[in-house]
Ligand binder design. Structure first.
Ligand SMILES: [Zn+2]
Length: 568
């Protein structure tokens, strides 16, 4: 997939950047690890069954609840997609993008939206003002470094609060900022007082806290709370800490006052460290949607939200709005949704294997921990090399095709053979196989005869010649790119009676070279019918248009338009 390809490139870039880093932190002092591990062992008994209680919110999905309890009953989330998320390589959001994402965050019920970093530029301040002007229920904040002008810039954006970020590890204190531990505390106290005097909600975050001397971090945090900070935040800035270390430090911090956790995923411990922090008494979690962020990213808030709801009965987000939020963030940032990611991945509620499909058709909960609707998703059954009779029958029935037992056996065999060649079998493939097996001939509604595109100039244009029934239609269109222009030309040629919705559009490069054959898979819906179609070509525009026309052809056949398809 292009997405996978792009994330591979991103990964390669990430490794290049890492090579330039010369120093890594030393191990956490052993004494702290030991203490942490012992304390964790006390709170987390070896037998998980000891933590099980009898209440469950997913009774249909589990005969035996695995729900546990946390020391906190209420957890709040701070979303930093618009700040830490935007710091991911290659991401730059316009004021309009930020406003749109902020609306989606509000719809999902985020408690705090960190809208940006007001000190960055006038453009960034405009972005933040765009969000504060929305008058959201969520508290809107800005990131501020330990300098007064940053707080002034934040005030200038009319935010409700700030996360005041000061250095806490000696590396940051001495090498990056060039000050002393005493200097940091003094400055932090002054700035917390200054911000609080200006009626800002203040969270004091010791940057690189996971590599800081724990004693100093505690001292700094205590001084911040004393000076009037509303909360303190433990930050694992480089995603370096073990869960035991996190547990130990957060235990000490949460004894001082309200404590947040900010974790990164460089070791894949992002989520585990959130859990360790909450178990140690934190009640507030920083993260981003889809886990985007610098390097390996931040903890994904949609995962935090579903995990807290499912496993602890703690509700943090309006979960049905989460998928819409995830797709908005993906579209605006250009970072695709990883297919295998929890909650948001394309495969998360998709079943292909015969055994799983058969089981899922008998009981939706068979191979899922919670219903897809919980997070605004739908279950999908797809066909491939693992297809079985139940899945194929169900797909054929959905498209109104009846087959005999004998025909079904042949269709299943051919679907599996197609899957064996490494292909995902689309609806159009299945229908074509069924037609062939049953010896049915079908007249196409629409067919692409020629496609001409011109791009590289000012305005990408495309013209198409289609056969619609007995007549030929020619239309031209312009668009933001050749695919867009060609799609507009097709729409023009067919007229509004043939309009259908494009549900998804995926491009899959089969090889990595410039001579790659690309496969475009589209899913489209018209009235109550949905269909998936794939088309391959060395020309991405032609593959896209062919796939969409084939999909329209199937949709029009399933539900012929009442008005004639006209080129108005
Ligand atoms: Zn961060």
């Amino acid at each position: 997939m292009v997405g996978v390809q792009r994330s591979r490139e991103a990964a390669a870039l990430f490794y290049c950047m890492c090579e330039q880093l010369v120093q890594w932190s030393t191990q956490t002092p052993p004494r702290i690890e030991e203490v942490g591990a012992t304390r964790l062992a006390v709170k987390l008994p070896a037998e998980p069954s000891l933590l099980v209680n009898s209440t469950t919110t997913n009774e249909l999905y589990s005969d035996h609840s695995t729900q546990s309890t946390l020391p906190v009953e209420d957890v709040q989330l701070l979303d930093t997609t618009l700040r830490d998320g935007e710091q991911a390589p290659g991401v730059s959001l316009t004021p309009e993008d930020k406003v749109e994402i902020a609306h989606a965050l509000e719809a999902a019920g985020l408690d705090v939206i960190e809208a940006g970093s007001a000190c960055t530029s006038e453009g960034e301040r405009e972005c933040i003002r765009g969000v504060t002007a929305l008058g959201l229920d969520a508290r809107v904040t800005s990131f501020a470094r330990g300098v007064q002008s940053d707080i002034d810039h934040a005030l200038d954006c009319d935010v409700d609060g700030i996360t005041l970020v000061v250095p806490s590890s000696d590396r940051h204190i001495e090498t990056k900022v060039g000050t002393t531990r005493e200097g940091v505390i003094e400055k932090s106290v002054d700035l917390v007082e200054y911000a609080a005097d200006h009626d800002l909600w203040v969270e004091l975050l010791g940057e690189d806290g996971s590599r800081a001397d724990p004693e100093f971090l505690v001292e700094l945090s205590a001084a911040g709370l004393e000076a009037g900070a509303d909360r303190i935040c433990y930050a694992d800035t480089v995603g370096h800490a073990s869960p035991e270390h996190t547990y130990n430090i957060v235990s000490q911090l949460s004894e001082l006052g309200p404590t947040s956790v900010h974790t990164h995923d460089d070791l894949g411990f992002g989520m585990t460290n959130v859990h360790a922090g909450l178990r140690a008494g934190a009640d507030f979690v920083h993260g981003t949607i889809n886990g985007i962020g610098e390097r390996a990213g931040n903890v994904a808030l949609e995962e935090v939200a579903i995990a807290l709801s499912h496993s602890y009965g703690i509700e943090t987000l309006h979960l049905p709005a989460v998928y819409e939020l995830a797709t908005t963030v993906s579209q605006k940032t250009g970072i695709p949704l990883a297919p295998n990611k929890a909650v948001i991945g394309q495969n998360t509620f998709t079943h292909e294997s015969g055994i799983h499909t058969d089981g899922t058709l008998k009981d939706g909960a068979m191979y899922e921990p919670y219903p897809p609707e919980t997070v605004g998703r739908e279950r999908r059954l797809v066909l491939g090399k693992h297809a079985g009779r139940a899945g194929v029958t169900s797909a054929l029935t959905e498209h109104g095709v009846d087959v005999t037992d004998e025909e079904l056996a042949t269709v299943v065999e051919r679907v599996k053979a197609l899957g064996d060649r490494g292909k995902r079998v689309t609806d159009a493939d299945l229908l074509a196989i069924a037609e062939d097996v049953q010896g049915r001939e079908r007249d196409r509604f629409v067919e692409l005869l020629t496609l001409t595109t011109a791009s590289g100039g000012d305005v990408p244009t495309a013209s198409v010649k289609l056969r619609v029934g007995d007549e030929e239609r020619i239309a031209a269109g312009t668009g933001s790119g050749p695919v867009d222009a060609a799609v507009k030309a097709v729409r023009k040629a067919l007229g509004p009676a043939a309009d259908a919705e494009l549900d998804s559009f995926h491009v899959d490069a089969i090889t990595g070279g410039t001579d790659a054959v690309v496969t475009v898979e589209v899913a489209m819906t018209r009235n109550d019918h949905s269909v998936s179609v794939a088309a391959s070509d060395s020309d991405i525009t032609r593959a896209s248009v062919t796939a969409m026309i084939d999909a329209l052809d199937r949709l029009l056949a399933a539900d012929p338009p009442t008005q004639p398809v006209a080129d108005d």
